[in-house]
Design a protein around this ligand. Structure first.
Ligand code: ATP
Length: 265
């Protein structure tokens, strides 16, 4: 099997007249955690939808560019073949099946699993998330927000992906729960699954990732090793909430309107 690296080149996508991604190029090396940062509406979710080929379900379409994974072109495949190719997308908002039990949610995730991987996948997710084993027969809708996020990630892991696409896994979670999710992402990666992590929580994402990209209004404006981004004045000021007098003057809201809500949240 060839190395499971993801290469995205010149990806352009949108929703009717709205262009949400403009010529985006990025790489996720085999075994890496790569972060994509950006404010509201920057195009992060659109990027993951384009990669998992689910953009059409949201009324969108990819209009240009190529995506290859493990040397195979993905941009021409239907969504079910994307899972079979080794990519699993955990969308924003913990979309678990609320009326189904925790166990049935996991079984649903295993539907796309390759033959012979199901038993191993159950064991793996129960080790990663013991609470899901304890709550196996409970309805998913009764779990806490953090537990639902764990279930959403666990359900994706049931297909034994080689690359996990995670959309804002820390969104709306208390800091302690967000830290637990971060620990789990680290563990999942240590077990050999690559991760493309989309986050508004830049501090958390830059701690986890080796490489990071900043998306602004659909374009990659900054990219590099995560420690370099974490040390960059611009990233610190605009995405890590580090404010000094000089920086505050530079970061006039009029220049970065799409970040204003986030910075002042
Ligand atoms: P957020 O963190 O707020 O979710 P994001 O970086 O994930 O932001 P996207 O959701 O990808 O950004 O949105 C990119 C652009 O596409 C925005 O201008 C947004 O309004 C638009 N958009 C997103 N989803 C749709 C949709 N289903 N139909 C039309 N426009 C959309």
């Amino acid at each position: 099997m060839s190395a499971a690296a993801l290469h995205v080149r010149g990806l352009t996508a949108g929703y009717g007249p709205v262009t949400a991604l403009r010529g985006v190029s990025l790489d996720v090396p085999d075994g890496a955690v790569v972060a994509v940062l950006g404010g509201n509406g920057a195009g992060k979710s659109t990027l993951l939808r384009a990669l998992s080929r689910t953009l059409a379900f949201h009324g969108g379409a990819v209009t240009d560019g190529t995506v290859t994974f493990a040397d195979r072109p993905l941009h021409t495949l239907p969504p079910d073949r994307i899972v079979a190719a080794g990519l699993c997308h955990v969308p924003e908002g913990r979309q678990v099946f609320a009326r189904m039990t925790v166990e049935d949610n996991l079984r649903a995730g295993a539907l796309a699993a390759r033959k012979g991987t199901k038993a191993g996948a159950f064991k793996r997710v129960h080790e990663l998330f013991p609470v899901l084993a304890e709550r196996a027969r409970q309805r998913a809708g009764l779990l806490s927000g953090g537990e639902q996020q764990m279930l959403a990630v666990a359900r994706a892991l049931m297909a034994s992906p080689r690359l996990l696409l995670l959309d804002e896994p820390s969104l709306g979670l208390a800091p302690l729960m967000a830290a637990r999710i971060a620990d789990t992402i680290r563990e999942i990666n240590a077990q050999g699954t690559s991760v493309l992590l989309v986050e508004q929580n830049a501090a958390l994402a830059l701690r986890l990732a080796s490489q990071a990209y900043v998306l602004e209004v659909g374009e990659v404006t900054i990219e590099g090793p995560a420690p370099e981004l974490a040390a960059s004045d611009e990233v610190r000021r605009r995405y890590l909430g580090v404010v000094d007098e000089e920086a505050a003057d530079d970061a006039a809201p009029a220049e970065v309107p799409h970040l204003a809500r986030w910075e002042h949240a």
